[in-house]
Design a protein around this ligand. Sequence first.
Ligand code: GLN
Length: 194
Amino acid sequence: MKIGVLALQGDFIEHIHALRRIGVDASEVRLPAQLEALDGLIIPGGESTTIGKLAIDFELMEPLRAFGREKAIWGTCAGAIFLSKDARREQPLLELMDITVARNAFGRQVDSFEVDLNVPALEAVDPRGTPYHAFFIRAPLIESVQKDAQVLASLPDGRIVAARQGHWLATVFHPELTPDDRFHQYFVEMARAA
Ligand code: GLN
């Protein structure tokens, strides 16, 4: 099992550390050839417009789409935007996952916050089902899911913050910034099954 982390911009190193903590082989991806032999790919948080522009410069757009048609991809925050079909503005997107996102959806006053989420899907990796403490940093929202995309977690007011569609996962918060590795374990299981 080997998982790559797109390392063009953003907090990729924290994902590498989380994967190594759970005993998974992890590597940084900057070139199309580095996608070979991977079982899954994480696209980190950062700035989605910058990640998109760099992906074009590094000739990664088509290789990433081809990879994603076959294998597991998880986008966190900016990575979730990049993975989506629609960010309701002009910017380079992989246009894989049938979700519509709204960037910087939480405004300035509360552009960073923490909240406990109820995520039943994580019981697949830990049956205790304890709440998941999530960090939001200038986060987008998942406005809606389409086709067979499913909601995995919502805020208490119903706004969607995590979704899955087959072997694609999107979270608008930052699991790489907590010591709770359940989302990384969950994604590794997705990659194993894909
Ligand atoms: N606001 C960023 C964007 O729109 C995402 C922030 C993040 O990844 N923490 O790309």
